[in-house]
Design a protein around this ligand. Structure first.
Ligand SMILES: Nc1ncnc2c1ncn2[C@@H]1O[C@H](COP(=O)(O)OP(=O)(O)OP(=O)(O)O)[C@@H](O)[C@H]1O
Ligand SMILES: CC(C)(CO)[C@@H](O)C(=O)[O-]
Ligand code: BAL
Length: 283
């Protein structure tokens, strides 16, 4: 396994693999890899013959005052984890390789509607940054398959819509969220939590489970159920950013007709913002 830092080197390596008849897989990440990322890479290794993992903390998707500078950068540890499971190639460009003329006048990919609301409201410009960098990565690697986590549910919806609308010749696959034993979704940002915050953090997923249980038991007063959840999070010291029920297929607001629902939440523990979601069916 090699780590390449330039687009030209990576393109040459992928093109050699393709000439050997290999199917190419891509797993885009921002590094600081945990078992959630590893599950995506293992799926890519099962489904394709040559797996590229990109590691790039993309400044275009961070807003002012967010954690771009403090985001954990752990390339040697990431390399060891990826080597151990048989990853074929790491692509770890620096910012000037990806944005040689800077970000100011750079082309941007906007995916309306699905990018709006939820994380799109709290992080203006975030999904434009994600869609732009994922487009670049897809154009650089030209994979047959690209895999993303369902933990970032709205991000996955944005990327699927972008690939569809722009006729990108790639299969986009979403994989289930990997959780700690207490239910907390694994996330690089969990590393920012104090011991006390970490012990309260599983309440985010528990609250989503309680919302699902109430609706599956027959309640249809969506706003009251959401308000009860908000009150519970606040009482435990979590500050909800959003808590919402959407149609899992198109992220439009859920109503009493919606069959496949996703409950989505973002909440602050101190300055750390965690997200999670839970999909469930209503009859
Ligand atoms: N717990 C998880 N289970 C499955 N996939 C995950 C999990 N966490 C992240 N991913 C996926 O891994 C890919 C890279 O995500 P990223 O590097 O941002 O990791 P992260 O841990 O989510 O970090 P952050 O704290 O920035 O949200 C994304 O497709 C993301 O959805
Ligand atoms: C998809 C991604 C790698 C694009 O920077 C990032 O948003 C992430 O890690 O989820
Ligand atoms: N995991 C999504 C990337 C981000 O929070 O910027």
């Amino acid at each position: 396994m090699n780590t390449l830092h330039t687009i030209a080197q990576l393109r040459a390596a992928v093109s050699r693999a393709r000439q050997e008849g290999k199917r190419i897989g891509l797993v885009p990440t921002m590094g600081n890899l945990h078992a959630g990322h590893i599950a995506l890479v293992e799926k890519a290794l099962q489904r394709t013959d040559y797996v590229v993992v990109s590691i790039f903390v993309n400044p275009m998707q961070f807003g002012a005052g967010e954690d771009l500078d403090s985001y954990p950068r752990t390339l040697p540890e990431d390399q060891a984890k990826l080597h151990e499971i048989g990853t074929h190639m790491i692509f770890a460009p620096n910012v000037s390789e990806m944005y040689p003329e800077g970000m100011e006048g750079h082309t941007r990919v906007a995916v309306p509607v699905v990018s709006e609301g939820l994380c799109g409201s709290s992080r203006p410009g975030h999904f434009e940054g994600v869609a732009t960098v994922v487009s670049k990565l897809l154009n650089i690697v030209q994979p047959d398959l690209a895999i993303f986590g369902q933990k970032d549910f709205q991000q996955l919806a944005v990327i699927r819509k972008m690939a569809h609308d722009l006729c990108m010749p790639v299969q986009i696959m979403g994989e289930p969220t990997v959780r700690a034993a207490d239910g907390l979704a694994l996330s690089s940002r969990n590393g920012y939590l104090s011991a006390e915050q970490r012990s309260n953090a599983p309440l985010l997923y528990q609250t989503l489970q309680q919302i699902a249980a109430k609706l599956q038991a027959g309640r249809r007063d969506f706003s009251a159920v959401i308000e009860e959840a908000r009150v519970q999070l606040i009482a435990a010291g979590l500050q909800p950013d959003y808590l919402d029920l959407r149609d899992a297929h198109n992220l439009q607001p859920a109503d009493v007709q919606t069959k496949d629902v996703v409950a989505l939440a973002a909440a602050f523990l101190g300055t750390t913002r965690l997200i999670d979601n839970l999909q469930f069916s209503l009859s």
